[in-house]
Design a protein around this ligand. Structure first.
Ligand SMILES: [Zn+2]
Length: 516
């Protein structure tokens, strides 16, 4: 088997920690009950340290020992020679909770090695969170679930439908009160979706006032920023300011440069983030490895001027070219699903801008009748070089932004895609560094404790995979195709995925923030 190097710059202290943890100079605690012994895997411990071939023993829901081990009576022994063993992947920006109470196998997550999903993203969360957590505990899924509290959920609770404006001081105080309740239910912190309707009209001051509440209990801030295109640079300044003024760790969700004229500027943006870190702002980011995103037809119009032909043309020229804009859902005319805007324009005998304006108007009319969103698109707007550069920044972790049965392949293939493309094919990341960005760094970025590393005493969330074959199979045409090369997945010490199938076990736990 090919050996993988540790990431450049892995601190010596981490390597020596791994060595002492694995070399057995402290005798491992004695087994007290039958467990699972995983023998002979290349163990990547999630810290970025070089892989080491050692045994890992699981007892109950925890990792009991790491080292040169022998089986105890009744142990299930897994011969993992030739495979790699990593901590279960932590998806710090997930929408896999949609339908999870009915689809508890969470195949989309497990098939790419995800054992913990972090939901409540983009300013949108289950409300009240406590109820959702109780439902999950009554009917657990295969994966662990943690959640942020969404700014939008809190804003809606206080402002009702009258949210297209700045909040007054007393309304902000009312939001702080609601937020405190959700934080005490165990939310990891505050999430915002400042590009979306409910968050759009909030001021930075409002967000800072709310972020301070999260900071007061040791929570964090995570954000789909106000703009990922026209106003990306100002949006980055805004999140840095929120981190500084609220004195809270901040994370940029699904970081991207989604405008042609921004392509190639990722080094400059990362330099700005590094400067902010040097100034004391704990800023991090997550990235998913696709050039295309999924959202609504209207998200690219911060002024909501969908009938302004000039703006529409700018969107198609700079942000989402018609040939790269695929209709994922369109209830007003379901036959358009799967077609590009360019193809639909041709069908209708129109130019793409005219068609785009018409499709938005038709879907909005329907949304008015039904009272809910009726469309979504997949649009190609990133450059692969920027994705690679963002992924390489030491302070980014991998996320999926995916769903259980969405039209975007990220729901089934994000983590395995990074292992195939960025580790094996282009070698942008070493294997230990990629694993760190899926586990140890991810846990640190969202404040999850006792998961994300292979260390005695930690929860036994584990992924056994073949580094030579692991790959995504999902594409926009077959978005729900499971990944390959993931051999087994354990959640809280229980095997939930083996031989390409989900087992009957449903050991997922709710992960609540522990108050500072
Ligand atoms: Zn988002």
């Amino acid at each position: 088997m090919r050996r993988y190097r540790a990431a450049a710059g892995t601190p010596a202290i981490v390597l020596s920690f791994l060595f002492s943890a694995c070399a057995g100079d402290n005798t491992p605690p004695a087994a007290t009950a039958p467990g699972i012994l995983i023998e002979g895997a290349l163990v990547l411990d999630g810290t970025g340290a070089e892989g080491v071939v050692v045994d890992v023993r699981v007892e109950g829901d925890r990792i009991q020992a790491v080292g040169d081990l022998s089986a105890s009576d009744g142990d299930v022994v897994i011969d993992a020679t030739g495979l790699a063993l990593a901590p279960g992947f932590i998806d710090t920006h997930s929408h896999h909770d949609g339908g999870l109470l009915d689809t508890r196998d969470a195949l989309a997550a497990l098939s790419q090695g995800i054992t913990t999903i972090v939901v409540g993203q983009d300013g949108s969360s289950r409300f009240p969170l406590n109820e959702f957590f109780q439902q999950l505990e009554a009917t657990p899924p295969t994966v662990n679930v943690a959640s942020y509290v969404g700014h939008g959920a809190v804003r809606r609770d206080v402002l009702g439908d009258d949210y297209r404006r700045a909040a007054t001081e007393s309304e902000v105080q009312a939001m702080q009160e609601v937020l405190r309740g959700e934080l005490s239910a165990g939310a990891l912190g505050l999430s915002t979706g400042l590009e979306y309707d409910v968050g759009l009209n909030s001021t930075t001051e409002e967000v800072v006032a709310l972020a301070r509440e999260a900071a007061a209990v040791g929570g964090r801030y995570i954000s789909h920023m106000r703009s990922e295109d026209r106003h990306l640079m100002e949006s980055i300044e805004e999140i840095i300011r929120i981190g500084r003024e609220a004195d809270i760790p901040v994370q940029i969700s699904h970081m991207k440069l989604a405008m042609k004229s921004l392509w190639g500027r990722s080094p400059e943006i990362l330099a700005r983030l590094d400067r902010a870190r040097e100034e004391g702002v704990d800023i991090t980011a997550d990235v998913y490895p696709y050039e295309f995103w999924q959202s609504t037809m209207t998200v690219l119009f911060p002024e909501r001027d969908f009938d302004n032909r000039e703006t529409v043309q700018f969107v198609l020229d700079e942000l989402a070219p018609p040939e790269g804009m695929l209709i994922a859902r369109y209830e007003a005319e379901p036959s358009y699903v799967g077609l590009s805007l360019e193809a639909i324009a041709e069908l209708r005998g129109e130019d793409p801008a005219t068609t785009y304006m018409a499709l938005i108007a038709e879907s909005q009319a329907l949304a008015e009748q039904t009272g809910r969103g009726t469309e979504s698109i997949i649009a190609r707007s990133m450059h692969p070089d920027d994705i690679a550069t963002l992924l390489s920044w030491p302070h980014t972790n991998v996320s999926s932004d995916g769903s259980l049965a969405g039209r975007h392949p990220r729901g089934f293939g994000s983590f395995t895609r990074v292992l195939r493309e960025h580790v094996r094919e282009t070698e942008v990341l070493s294997l230990p560094e990629a694993i760190r960005k899926m586990t140890g760094a991810s846990a640190a970025h969202v404040g999850i404790l006792e998961r994300g590393t292979i260390t005695p005493g930690a929860y036994a969330d584990l992924v056994l995979f073949d580094p030579e074959t692991v790959a995504d199979r999902a594409t926009p045409d077959a978005a729900n195709e499971p990944s390959v090369g993931i051999d087994r997945v354990l959640v809280n010490g229980i095997i939930v995925y083996a031989n390409g199938r989900v087992t009957d076990a449903r050991p997922g736990l709710v992960i609540r923030r522990v108050d500072r």
